[in-house]
Design a protein around this ligand. Structure first.
Ligand code: GRF
Length: 217
């Protein structure tokens, strides 16, 4: 069972964004000192988004690669080639509003953060789906990206209560800090080179060769 993102830390991380970039900011802030990863490239499919400003302020090279007018397969390869030429080893999707296909996913760990407790409420508007469904607990999930939409193996989850007064916006605002915390935690584990996928479960390789499910307390 090969570990994900094996190699000498700090691992080179590329972040894909489409908007405000608060998760990007959490990763930028975490990737210092002993943390086993560094953000080396930020790519947006939309020009002039705030995420690009956050990256520039942190001294990270940015690019805009528009998806407009391109077949998905062509765009996937263009993105992949850009990140490969930046020496990226691990990809983090942080509010990136495109679905990526097999041409992009091949060969490196791709992480995503989603504002719901997957497998419930995949796709758009996770917080709204939770409010509409009347659930009493919502939350965030960081998962590995596979060919489906929000279907990959789970790396980290955290929950928050849902209140009867909640709107999509108020619930999303309660979930967001959990996203930031979980994303940093999941990237640390993947970048440490000790995480492997065993069917649907992600396991952490311990120093003595034992494996522990990532969800174990
Ligand atoms: C987050 O809620 C994330 O879960 C979803 O898109 C939003 C992006 O927010 N995939 P930000 O751009 O990281 O602030």
């Amino acid at each position: 069972m090969p570990v994900l993102g094996a190699g000498a830390p700090p691992r080179r991380v590329g972040v894909l964004v489409s908007g405000r970039g608060s998760n990007l900011q959490a990763l930028l802030d975490a990737c210092v000192g002993e943390f086993p990863a560094r953000v080396v490239s930020v790519v947006s499919n939309i020009p002039d988004v705030y995420a690009l400003e956050r990256a520039s302020r942190a001294g990270v090279p940015t690019r805009v690669l528009s998806h407009r007018g391109k077949p998905r397969e062509v765009y996937d390869l263009e993105l992949r080639d850009q990140l490969l030429s930046d020496g990226v080893e691990i990809v983090c999707l942080a509010g990136f509003m495109r679905v990526l296909g097999a041409g992009f996913l091949h060969g490196w760990p791709v992480l995503n953060v989603h504002p719901a407790l997957l497998p419930a409420f995949p796709g758009m508007h996770g917080a709204k789906q939770a409010v509409d469904a009347g659930v009493t607990q919502a939350g965030a999930t960081v998962h590995l990206v596979d060919a489906g939409v929000d279907t990959g193996p789970i790396l980290a989850q955290g929950s928050v209560p849902v209140f009867s007064s909640d709107t999509e916006d108020s619930l999303a605002a309660r979930i967001l800090p959990i996203e930031h915390q979980l994303y940093v935690q999941a990237l640390r584990q993947v970048a440490s080179g000790r995480v492997a996928v065993d069917g649907r479960r992600v396991v952490v390789e311990l120093v003595d060769g034992e494996r522990r499910w990532i969800g174990a307390p």
